[in-house]
Design a protein around this ligand. Structure first.
Ligand SMILES: C[S@@+](CC[C@H](N)C(=O)[O-])C[C@H]1O[C@@H](n2cnc3c(N)ncnc32)[C@H](O)[C@@H]1O
Length: 294
């Protein structure tokens, strides 16, 4: 698309956002200075800002790496159907998906290409695993086999997902490795995150900043993990419906991971453990700051 046309469309979308949701837009705008500061800090990161390695972890670097079946499978897969993954994703899979190994796990992967990754999921999760591959290309139907069902459709088409959800039970894992465009990633998340089981994990791969605007969506989405509705009398924070169901959002280079809570979380507890509290607390209480935290 012509660059000027793209900028014009962005401006129109911006104006529409202000007309539709002025208050929410204003809230987001207030975070703009800090977003800018963070952005510039990352952009201007220097080698001096990074240490070579932490002394606390030095002993670990000599020891054997912990087993990673995803990495083992990928590295030893030198023949057969192609798999195309950034290798640091394999550690992310281990961190977020290892809990499903050997379980009756339902996995959706969008983006089949040469079919190798479908085989990887089946092999790593074990015989009880059920894989649902989604691709826009009809040719991918050839990868249907025992334990692997193939669906042909456009991940940006909400009607496609409606039909998909009628045919496929709630799933545990979704890997979006499809077209990698902002609109495709957002529609997939909006349609399929609610179709993930509690405890389910949603991975969106190949989020490449320019020109992808998915990170902006994720910024707005994850802000709501931080809403705070504190009830002092019970020393607890009541959760919103969102906080009750979404446990965490993780950002890795080019990869966003969302974990759903394994069970509904009605509140976060904030107990005060111990008997000694800093002298400041008493003085602050006299000024109406109950806990001397401000
Ligand atoms: C990066 S490849 C997938 C690689 C594969 N997962 C692997 O690990 O080897 C991307 C795939 O996404 C498919 N694709 C592109 N746009 C799509 C869309 N809008 N909906 C569904 N699939 C799409 C392409 O046909 C292609 O097969």
């Amino acid at each position: 698309m012509n660059r000027y046309r793209e900028i014009l469309l962005d401006l129109v979308a911006l104006l529409e956002s202000f007309v539709r949701q002025p208050v929410e837009c204003f809230r987001l705008l207030r975070a703009l200075p800090q977003m800018l500061a963070g952005s510039l800090r990352a952009r201007d990161w220097t080698a001096a800002d990074s240490q070579k390695s932490s002394p606390a972890l030095a002993s670990q670097s000599n020891s054997e790496p912990s087993p990673n079946p995803f990495s083992d499978y990928f590295q030893s897969h030198t023949e057969g159907r192609g798999i195309w993954k950034l290798t640091h994703y394999l550690d992310v899979y281990q961190r977020h998906l290892a809990k499903f190994i050997g379980q009756e796990v339902h996995v959706v992967e969008i983006g089949i290409y040469s079919g190798g990754s479908l085989e990887m999921w089946k092999s790593c999760f074990g015989p009880k695993c059920k894989v649902y591959g989604v691709d826009i290309r009809e040719e991918c139907k050839v990868y249907a086999e025992d334990g692997v069902e193939i669906f042909i459709g456009d991940q940006e088409d909400r009607n496609f997902w409606q039909l998909f959800k009628q045919k496929v039970p709630k799933v545990d894992i979704l890997i979006d490795d499809g077209g990698h465009l902002t609109g495709q990633q957002i529609v997939t998340l909006e349609e399929m995150l609610p179709h993930l089981q509690p405890g389910g994990v949603f991975l969106c791969e190949d989020v490449i900043t320019v020109p992808n605007k998915f990170p902006g969506y994720i910024y707005g989405f994850s802000r709501y993990l931080n809403t705070y509705n504190y009830r002092a009398e019970d020393l607890q924070v009541d959760t919103s419906k969102f906080q009750s169901s979404i446990q965490s959002v993780h950002l890795y280079p080019y990869l966003t991971v969302i974990e759903k809570s394994p069970f509904p979380v009605n509140h976060f507890s904030l107990p005060m453990q111990g008997t000694e509290w800093r002298p400041l607390a008493a003085a602050a209480a006299a000024h109406g700051d109950e806990f001397g935290l401000r």
